[in-house]
Design a binder for this molecule. Structure first.
Ligand code: BES
Ligand code: ZN
Length: 850
């Protein structure tokens, strides 16, 4: 029997908490299946409350006893919590509950991972630890006592006392329960220190399980120190405790979590060595460490009033970690990477059944709203604001935000208000970006006569679920003009578009210019602009804006692919020559050249065809992509060996942007060479590689030409002891399997002794790999649809959060032909009809089915 329909929560129903909390004292008596949690919580009525109903959240707790002001009570227990009568004034609530960490496979609340106790409380996991007002606008000072015979016992803040088999911690900063954390285990520290700009010394530790991981800590620690320095230098934000701990855990649903003073990381998001991690892993780890550290100010010191405001902390913190990576590495390359991700994930989301505003208005399960829209589009909106007000005003507004709201649980209104107060600007139209879902389409037309050039811009946002009609948005459009020889005649100028249609005039030109529109991707919109291949090739060769230079090549490639598919055209030489010129230009950053060589994904092509009114055929798309790669390889044949050789890095491995860019271009070129030499060069690179970037790059090149069986076996033999490397081994085989074999490959790997569905990384490597294999996932047999459904049904009772997230693989079902639609709907319905389906997965399949 299913429970009653899960409840929908609305932003418009927000009311302030009935009671506020002063001090919280928690005692944990740790035991695998019978952990006791004793709580002593000081409550007082909230003068701003509209009601005085005393309700504490609680999920899956066994209540042993409860007291108010020392008197035993018998509270009413509900499925989601507890209610009882309370005195009129302040009072102390005490409870003892029992929980079972070792059977907690959902990895939310207090759970065990390889013998280690750890917690994950965001968003609503604290209620699985004890009865509490588990909402972000209730902030309190926590004192924690941990009793266990495990050697390392950690919580938030500072250690205050310790003895045999116990430790006490105190966090002086009031915080919401979602930032609570506890870790206990047999751990070793990789220690270091950081001196803040005001001269305080902070102890830093990266904690790992003994037995190999100690050798993978140095990079994460360096990234932490770089983040602390950057936030001081750029935002003027200093760390505010004497201790900062990071713990790596093997079983974790997300990448990492910003608990105050005790960040908890998925091992894959912090541990790295040259032999086991790729350049991309290093860059990602650096960014995640920075992200969680930056939350200390944007998220912890200033938190969210309610979960609808999630983008207040996540969008801003993603924006900050993007700036950080851009500063440390290449700003141009970072902008291109971020835009590729935004288009691949957020535009896809915005275009389908899961579209929702950056600040959603309702949800059933908040875990389902940690999305590309809240995160990546949320970050774009910060960038929009910065572009609109200018750098100086941006940092002034941020200073005001930090002083005005320190210690608050804030809203998007509070955020925008500091910008209005700093600049005197009315941001009411800008605010619509937070409320309106869907990606605006910006249609560009132009005309030229007698030295005068006119750009006619039209914006339109398509309807999304629940939002049929859209208003015009404030869109900053960065534009530059080039002459017919590619010389810039108008440097970047920001046009502020506020209406549905607007024209902008440029005088005094000596000839018809070529426009470079939306430079640096100045707004998260889709530009629809009929340009000739020659014009795009000119931008690819000459634009001063690196983003638009890359994007011109990207659009050319996309057009070529669409023409190959629609008109059986062969790839035209304008595109191939343009690509060759970029590749041969040694003055260009190798990382940029590697990006220019990267074709749009097969999923991008499917979307492009669908947008143009056609039904995409995943098999044909896959063939077109392979054909184009072969053409590129043949066209560049003479150049490839020279570039490959030139990209070899001498000296010891470092993951810095320079050598990483060389290896990226080297691997991209190796992929093309393999199309011509049958994998000879790749096999050689595999055999001689002394770092994971080159080992994996070679293996990928081999698998892409359906070779590499021996190398796969050698890789497994070499790395079977290393979970993180084995995740790559599992994922690569599925994502690069020939389309007809993808489902069978995934199925076979689920029977491998090292497959473990309880480990989210391992489950994701196989089934995320299946989704990433676009032609394989959408193979006409429907085998992949059915296999994934069966495994999500199996995973749901074990780990609903991860199961729910992975239902997103089906979110493009409406793009495809009737047969595929029927098969995907059948898979979704099978999931939907599963008895006892979690609220998480139920909400997702319901939304996807529409
Ligand atoms: N606060 C989140 C972690 C989180 C997400 C907890 C969802 C609970 C539910 C953390 O700050 C975060 O955003 N982590 C990202 C990585 C980051 C670099 C974008 C993640 O875990 O993927
Ligand atoms: Zn975050």
């Amino acid at each position: 029997m299913k429970d009653a329909a899960p409840q929908t929560i609305y932003l418009s129903d927000y009311t302030p908490p009935a009671y506020l909390v002063g001090d919280v004292h928690l005692t944990f008596k740790l035991a695998a299946t019978k952990t006791r949690v004793l709580s002593r919580i000081a409550f007082r009525p909230n003068p701003d409350a509209t009601d005085h109903d005393f309700f504490l959240h609680g999920d899956d707790l066994t209540l042993i006893s409860a007291r108010i002001d020392g008197q035993d009570i018998n509270p009413d227990l509900h499925s989601g919590g507890l209610r009882c009568a309370v005195p009129d004034g302040p009072f102390v609530f005490e409870a003892e509950v029992e929980i079972s960490p070792s059977t907690n496979t959902a990895l939310e609340g207090l759970y065990m991972s390889n013998g280690m106790y750890c917690t994950q409380c965001e968003a609503e996991g604290f209620r699985k630890i004890t009865y509490y007002p588990d909402r972000p606008d209730v902030m309190a000072v926590f004192t924690v006592r941990i009793e266990s015979d495990l050697p390392v016992l950690l919580s938030n803040g500072n250690p205050t006392a310790t003895g045999k088999d116990w430790a006490e911690w105190h966090d002086p900063w009031p915080k919401p329960a979602y930032l609570f954390a506890l870790v206990a285990g047999d751990l070793v520290a990789h220690p270091n220190t950081f001196t803040t700009r005001s001269g305080r010394q902070v102890d830093l530790n990266l904690w790992v399980r003994p037995g190999g991981d100690e050798a993978k800590c140095a990079f994460g620690m360096a990234a932490l120190k770089a983040s602390m320095k950057w936030d001081e230098d750029v935002y003027g934000r200093e760390y505010d405790l004497d201790l900062f701990n990071i713990v790596a855990v093997d079983d974790f649903n997300m990448g990492a979590m910003e608990n105050k003073g005790l960040n908890i990381f998925n091992a894959s998001a912090v541990l790295a060595s040259p032999q086991t991690a790729t350049d991309a892993d290093f860059e990602r780890i650096e960014a995640i460490i920075a992200h969680e550290y930056f939350h200390n100010w944007t998220g912890n010191r200033i938190t969210c009033r309610d979960w609808f405001q999630l983008c207040l902390k996540e969008g801003l913190t993603v924006f900050r970690d993007q700036q950080f990576t851009g500063d440390l590495r290449s700003a141009a390359v970072k902008r291109i990477d971020d835009t590729m991700m935004l288009r691949a994930y957020q535009f896809r989301e915005d275009n389908g059944p899961l579209a929702h505003p950056v600040r959603p208005e309702s949800f059933v399960e908040i875990n389902n709203f940690y999305t590309a829209t809240v995160y990546e589009k949320g970050a774009e909106l910060i960038g929009l604001l910065k572009l609109l007000v200018g750098d100086q005003a941006y940092f002034d507004a941020l200073d005001l935000y930090f002083t005005r709201h320190d210690g608050d649980a804030a809203t998007i209104e509070d955020w925008l208000q500091v910008f209005e107060d700093t600049t005197g600007r009315d941001l009411s139209q800008f605010k619509k970006w937070y409320a309106q879902a869907g990606t605006p389409r910006l249609t560009v037309r132009d005309e030229y006569a007698d030295g005068t050039y006119r750009l006619h811009l039209r914006q339109e946002t398509p309807p999304t679920p629940g939002q049929p009609d859209k208003d015009p948005l404030l869109i900053p459009v960065a534009v530059g003009l080039l002459d017919q020889n590619g010389a810039e005649v108008l440097p970047t100028t920001i046009l502020e578009m506020t209406k549905a249609e607007q024209s902008f005039t440029f005088d005094g030109l000596s000839g018809r210019p070529i426009p470079s529109v939306l430079r640096n991707f100045s707004a998260p919109v889709i530009v629809v602009h009929d340009m000739t291949d020659a014009e795009r090739a000119l931008l690819l060769a000459h634009d001063t804006d690196p983003f638009n230079r890359w994007d011109a090549g990207r659009t050319l490639a996309q057009d070529v692919l669409v023409r190959m598919l629609r008109q059986n055209a062969t790839p035209d030489t304008a595109f191939l020559d343009g690509l060759a010129a970029v590749l041969r230009d040694d003055a260009l950053d190798p990382a940029f050249r590697a990006l220019a060589l990267r074709l749009p994904s097969e999923d991008d092509t499917a979307q492009a065809l669908f947008d143009a009114g056609h039904t995409p055929d995943p098999t044909a798309i896959n063939q077109a992509h392979e054909t184009l790669k072969l053409h590129i390889a043949q066209h560049l044949q003479d150049t490839l060996p020279r570039i490959y050789a030139a990209m070899s890095v001498t000296g010891p491995y470092t993951p810095d942007a320079g050598p990483a860019g060389q290896r990226a271009l080297g691997n991209a070129v190796l992929g093309l060479i393999s199309k011509l030499d049958g994998g000879k060069q790749a096999a050689q690179q595999f055999a001689s590689a002394d770092n994971m970037t080159q080992q994996l790059g070679a293996l990928r090149a081999l698998l892409q030409i359906s070779k590499g069986d021996a190398e796969l076996a050698a890789f497994e033999a070499q790395w079977q002891h290393d979970r993180l490397v084995m995740d790559k081994w599992f994922g690569l085989q599925v994502s690069l399997a020939a389309a007809p074999d993808a489902a069978a490959t995934a199925e076979k790997l689920t029977r491998h002794p090292a497959f473990d569905m309880k480990n989210p990384n391992r489950f994701r490597s196989v089934f995320g790999g299946l989704k990433a294999n676009t032609a394989g996932f959408h193979h006409a047999s429907g085998a992949a649809y059915a296999l994934l459904a069966d495994w999500l049904i199996k995973l749901d009772p074990i780990n609903p959060q991860t199961a729910a997230r992975m239902t997103m693989s089906y979110d493009t079902w409406k793009r495809y032909d009737g047969e595929r639609q029927t098969k995907m709907r059948a898979a979704l319905s099978k999931i939907a009809q599963t008895p006892q389906l979690s609220r998480d997965t139920e909400e997702m399949v319901t939304r996807i089915l529409g």
